[in-house]
Design a protein around this ligand. Structure first.
Ligand SMILES: NC(=O)c1ccc[n+]([C@@H]2O[C@H](COP(=O)([O-])OP(=O)(O)OC[C@H]3O[C@@H](n4cnc5c(N)ncnc54)[C@H](OP(=O)(O)O)[C@@H]3O)[C@@H](O)[C@H]2O)c1
Length: 329
């Protein structure tokens, strides 16, 4: 029987999600990869246990994580039943709907029909009565935003979710969505944007909107899917995400990128960190970032990413050097 480490709250840092009552761990774990039906169940289980033992109280899912679609939620549901049920009230579990999930016009995007049916399916797969956060995974250009936000509001009001979130909405769409939710009486708890040293779009207005509106941010792919680590410095390992050549493409690991990774790796070394640790620390340097949402394929990566918290401070000189490297100077 799994008994969680009784020191699990001793070293993790928790940050408040905007103007809300919820604090999230500075590092959260996402189940997009390595928790599907095709993956090794005991490895998935070991990563979740290790994460919780280190104070990671937040696990992030979506309806279509797998493969196959839905299977990450099923895996999580089984592990929850075996290991985590006594700890349910110590966990923030999120799921999302917005990308393709089932065939036909009601299994994708942002209709009320899709979003609420999907949430019911997610709850069933995970064996939960409610999720802590339910997200709209991406904006739907063809559905009125009032309808998608109305579905989030219904999810919260009906008790299927405690909080509402949005992902991949740009700054303008975010202002609109937050206002619609507020008018309905539901606060938008959090936004989930992509953000890393390699992808800095949220700095162009989104973070400002989130700060003004009191909405937290949990940034995904802070390691740029593993690129911002030492993983690819000596080629493409056969057990890596890039080896699968699907979400992270081999062609994206060209010499220009590797030159940046090597230079960043050197700065990380001077800071006494691995590059993965520095990549996590770098996103957390901005107080508007509530949590760095990492993925992992092995337990040692969970340890490494949490170890980032030992050094979150960057000197102005380090930041200047990093900006120079990223700009290709
Ligand atoms: N809202 C959205 O639209 C959206 C989109 C994408 C992701 N997400 C969320 O964000 C989460 C994280 O995304 P991500 O998996 O792309 O994040 P990431 O942390 O940037 O990349 C994770 C990958 O990096 C490698 N890695 C992790 N830690 C490492 C370490 N310490 N040293 C060396 N390599 C390391 C592993 O690759 P290998 O497998 O090669 O070992 C791991 O699978 C997802 O699980 C999901 O919850 C949300």
């Amino acid at each position: 029987m799994y008994v969680a480490d009784d020191k699990r709250y001793d070293s993790m840092q928790y940050r408040r999600s905007g103007r809300s009552g919820i604090q999230l761990p500075a590092v959260s774990l996402g189940l997009w990869h390595n928790f599907g039906g095709v993956d090794n169940f005991e490895n998935s289980r070991a990563m979740l246990r290790r994460a919780f033992d280190l104070g990671i109280t937040h696990f992030d899912l979506a309806n279509n994580y797998g493969p196959p679609y839905g299977s990450a939620e099923e895996t999580f549901g089984q592990i929850l039943k075996k290991d985590f049920l006594p700890y349910r009230d110590e966990l923030i579990i999120s799921t999302k709907a917005g990308w393709d999930m089932w065939p036909g016009p009601y299994g994708d995007l942002g209709s009320r029909k899709y979003m609420l049916a999907s949430l019911d399916q997610s709850l069933k797969r995970m064996g939960l009565e409610y999720v802590d956060i339910f997200y709209h995974h991406r904006p739907d250009p063809d559905t009125p935003m009032e309808e998608s936000m109305g579905a989030l509001d219904t999810a919260v009001r009906s008790g299927r979710a405690l909080y509402a979130g949005i992902s991949a909405y740009n700054a303008k769409q975010t202002s609109e969505a937050v206002k619609i939710l507020r008018d309905l009486g539901t606060h938008c708890l959090i936004h989930q944007p992509k953000y890393s040293m390699f992808v800095r779009d949220p700095e162009q207005g989104l973070f400002d909107v989130l700060e003004k509106e009191g909405v937290g941010s949990i940034v995904f792919s802070p390691l740029a899917q593993g690129l911002l680590s030492d993983r690819y410095l000596k080629g493409i390992p056969s057990d890596s995400r890039a080896a699968r050549d699907f979400f992270l493409k081999k062609k994206d690991i060209g010499e220009a990128t590797l030159a940046k990774v090597r230079a960043l790796n050197e700065i990380a070394g001077q800071r006494g960190q691995t590059l993965a640790e520095m990549a996590v620390a770098w996103v957390l340097r901005d107080p508007r970032v509530t949590s760095a949402l990492v993925g992992t394929s092995k337990v040692s990566q969970v340890d490494d990413n949490v170890a980032a918290l030992k050094n979150l401070k960057f000197s102005a000189e380090e930041l200047r050097k990093i900006d120079g490297i990223l700009a290709g100077k």
